[in-house]
Design a protein around this ligand. Structure first.
Ligand code: FAD
Length: 292
């Protein structure tokens, strides 16, 4: 079985990590502690999100610049175009460029009222992520990741629109897509059939969210249109006040998910860390990654 191969037998396995920009000094300390523990695993890149509507613009830039200078790991800065003019977004891209950040995760973003609300583009802004990718490509030679949704985006009317939208992002020049979190691999496999069926050959990296706290992750999942299978929820029943056991169960659940994907031939993983290192360190280790 591929999942039983040693790390040396599968150098093609690659991992990346996602962080969010810390708000307070205490959170920042935890952020760097996690970065310093995960960086020696030589991830392909570490990405830092962009707060709703650009609220973390400066912090995102500060974090990505420092990740590379402090650890030597490549950093990717997320960028959204919601609520901003094209000129404002282009300025952020130039800021990334002059800080030496050449990886961007390009997103549309959500209206300030939340994911469920209809998106209205800024009159002078980029209308969607595909347009944003086109804009970024005009400004420089960036490595661009975009978002994909294995259970469809909550606002997507049907699969044809969903896959067409993804295809437009690749046609505009995206290098890869990273998926929204999902917990049932069957959703990923079905999605990949649709993607490949539409002639998209680019890599679609599964986004893996370890469930360190069932309550928090189930809440995130429902807000972004990800379903939580009953058989996973059941594994956490009664553990509300037992964080230690929750984490052990979370490690087992995530490793089951990851190794099923490895056995199906998946070689790239993007881990949502929520700025924590323990579960992701364990998963990376199971995938054969050792600190270098
Ligand atoms: P787009 O690709 O532009 O489109 C979103 C959806 O709109 C499509 O999937 C499609 O279903 C629908 N759509 C497109 N065209 C049409 C049409 N003509 N008619 C009807 N429907 C249509 N948000 C942040 O604020 N900051 C971040 O840092 C951030 N990072 C993320 C990282 C990843 C890996 C993922 C998966 C999401 C991230 N998000 C982030 C959330 C993202 O901004 C939201 O999911 C947003 O609602 C959609 O962004 P998008 O780039 O997928 O948009």
């Amino acid at each position: 079985r591929p999942s039983r191969l040693s790390a040396q037998d599968r150098p093609e396995l690659q991992i990346s990590f996602e962080f969010f920009p810390p708000k307070t000094d205490a959170m920042e300390e935890k952020f760097w502690d996690s970065i310093n523990k995960l960086a020696p695993l030589k991830p392909r890149f570490v990405s830092v999100t962009y707060g709703a509507g650009g609220s973390t613009r400066e912090r995102t830039l500060r974090m990505v610049s420092r990740i590379t200078s402090d650890t030597g790991v490549e950093a990717a800065a997320h960028l959204t175009c919601v609520g901003a003019t094209q000129a404002e977004v282009d300025d952020v891209v130039r800021g990334y460029q002059s800080a030496g950040v050449n990886r961007i995760v390009a997103l549309r973003g959500d209206p300030p009222e939340g994911v469920g609300q209809p998106f209205v583009a800024h009159p002078d802004g980029y209308a969607n992520a595909a347009e944003l990718v086109t804009g970024i490509r005009k400004l420089g030679d960036f490595d661009i990741s975009v978002a994909a949704y294995v259970e469809r985006h909550p606002q997507s009317p049907n699969w044809d629109v969903e896959i067409d939208n993804l295809k437009r992002k690749f046609d505009a020049g995206a290098n890869r897509a990273i998926t929204q979190m999902f917990f049932d691999n069957e959703d990923y496999f079905r999605f990949m059939d649709r993607v490949r069926g539409a002639g998209i050959t680019a890599e679609i990296v599964p986004g893996i969210q370890p469930i360190h706290s069932f309550k928090q992750i189930a809440n995130f999942a429902s807000r972004c249109g990800t379903s939580m299978p009953a058989w996973i929820a059941e594994r956490f029943v009664g553990l509300e006040d037992d964080p230690e056991t929750q984490v052990l169960v979370a490690a087992a659940v995530a490793s089951e998910q990851v190794f099923e994907l490895v056995d199906a031939g998946v070689t790239r993983f993007h881990f949502y860390t929520l700025n924590r290192s323990n579960l992701v360190l364990a998963l990376a280790r199971l995938l054969g990654r050792r600190p270098e």
